[in-house]
Design a protein around this ligand. Structure first.
Ligand SMILES: [Zn+2]
Length: 141
């Protein structure tokens, strides 16, 4: 079931506060994170229901979701050539399953440490569309 006031369930203005919907797969929403302090940063959110935990999915659902996480990471790797990709799945307050996919660049911002959730330095929608196009270009390419 979808939940009110959840940006991943409702998309639209809730999502627009921090994310830009790039495209959807059968299982996931692929979202450009508007804080692009790590160029290419994106989110893969489970889209079928307001599900909190990966262990609440069936094996089939989990495999489909994690394949999307991996395929989007591959696309980001090809598009942005980071030295490492960090992953984060938190959701303490929101409670909707999603993974942050955060490209890290050697000796760049936050290299060698954990990434902060939000630096407050958001890019505009034109820049988000540019990132979305890059991820789409290399997705399953
Ligand atoms: Zn939700």
């Amino acid at each position: 079931m979808k939940k009110d006031n959840c940006p991943y369930c409702q998309q639209g203005e809730f999502l627009a506060k921090f994310g830009y919907l790039a495209f959807e797969t059968e299982t996931s929403e692929v979202i450009v994170f508007k804080d692009q302090s790590h160029p290419g940063r994106a989110i893969v959110a489970y889209k079928k229901d307001h599900v909190a935990e990966i262990q609440d999915l069936s094996d089939e659902e989990r495999n489909a979701f994690m394949k999307d996480v991996s395929d989007v990471a591959k696309a980001i790797q090809k598009a942005y050539n980071p030295d490492r990709i960090n992953y984060g799945a938190y959701g303490d307050t929101l409670g909707h399953l999603h993974f942050h996919i955060v490209p890290k660049y050697k000796d760049g911002f936050e290299w060698g440490g954990t990434f902060v959730m939000n630096t407050g330095n958001l890019v505009d929608e034109a820049k988000c569309e540019e990132v979305a196009q890059q991820i789409k270009k290399y997705y399953k390419a």
